[in-house]
Design a protein around this ligand. Structure first.
Ligand SMILES: C[S@@+](CC[C@H](N)C(=O)[O-])C[C@H]1O[C@@H](n2cnc3c(N)ncnc32)[C@H](O)[C@@H]1O
Length: 256
């Protein structure tokens, strides 16, 4: 099988029934060796695309997490779906909540400062329910993350924080400076308060922004700031796409 791309995409493998009629071997070249893998399953790209582009409420202005990244973040939390309560305190249009529900989480809480975001989350979760499958009871509230109140502490937080206003790359340096300062205050206040809403030992997986400019990159959330609030940062992973002014840095951190 040949394709225009260097590697065969999931679509090419699936539509040509490569796994039923033949097979696909994948070579991964590392410094030490060449690993050989055989493809056993192909992602359900139709379902991923439908959740990304076919859901009723999309808000490109406030930013939407790609569903696959949301799924990876829920997985990185290591939380057991059956026995854990998962919170997204900046839930936007509900991407993380949708992926958590599809992974079988039975206790899911979402909150956001914006009424519109909450309406979007409800519309998307109703849409998900209409596709069939189990829907657990979901707690939703409109609240700033800094003053969120929960009846019980949760086991995991998975969230993409507020990334600030959409940027076009030609902003005045003073504007960028003020933006960074106000985001730093938000993150300090919010993650200080959220540290009190989780059980000790709980994991938080959080996407923070990293701003790219001609003079280099600028991160807002720092390990030292988060560690001073009681979070131990265990891993940091970068998620970027070419040409983006704002990249995401995923922090995996544990409450001491
Ligand atoms: C980048 S969006 C999250 C998008 C979400 N992951 C999704 O895929 O739809 C950030 C959200 O944070 C919300 N927000 C901003 N400030 C907040 C605050 N202080 N507390 C809680 N939510 C806030 C915004 O309303 C927005 O919906």
């Amino acid at each position: 099988m040949t394709s225009r791309e260097k590697t065969l995409s999931a679509v090419v493998v699936a539509t040509n029934k490569l796994l039923e009629r033949g097979g696909e071997f994948v070579l991964v070249v590392t410094k030490e060796s060449i690993l050989i893998g055989q493809t056993e399953a192909v992602q359900d790209f139709g379902a991923w695309g439908k959740r990304d582009f076919g859901r009723p409420a999309r808000d490109a202005q406030s930013g939407m997490l790609p569903p696959k990244l949301a799924r990876m973040m829920v997985n990185l939390s290591g939380a057991d779906p059956i026995h854990s309560t998962l919170l997204d305190p900046f839930c936007g249009s509900g991407t993380v909540l949708m992926e958590a529900i599809l992974l079988g989480f039975t206790k899911v809480i979402g909150s956001d400062i914006s009424e519109k975001a909450m309406e979007d989350t409800k519309a998307n979760l109703d849409w998900l329910a209409a596709q069939g499958g189990a829907m657990p009871p979901i707690e939703l509230s409109v609240s700033p993350a800094q003053t969120l109140v929960l009846s019980e502490p949760v086991d995991a937080i998975v969230t993409e924080t507020y990334l600030g206003p959409a940027l076009h790359g030609r902003e005045h340096p003073d504007f960028l400076k003020r933006n960074l300062a106000s985001l730093a205050t938000l993150y300090r206040d919010a993650f200080g308060a959220l540290a009190n809403l989780v059980k000790p030992g709980s994991t938080a997986v959080v996407a923070f922004p990293v701003f790219q400019s001609k003079t280099g990159e600028q991160e807002v959330a720092t390990r030292s700031m988060l560690e001073s609030l009681g979070w131990k940062v265990e891993r940091r992973l970068r998620y970027e796409r070419a040409g983006q002014h704002v990249e995401r840095e995923i922090f995996v951190m544990r409450r001491g």
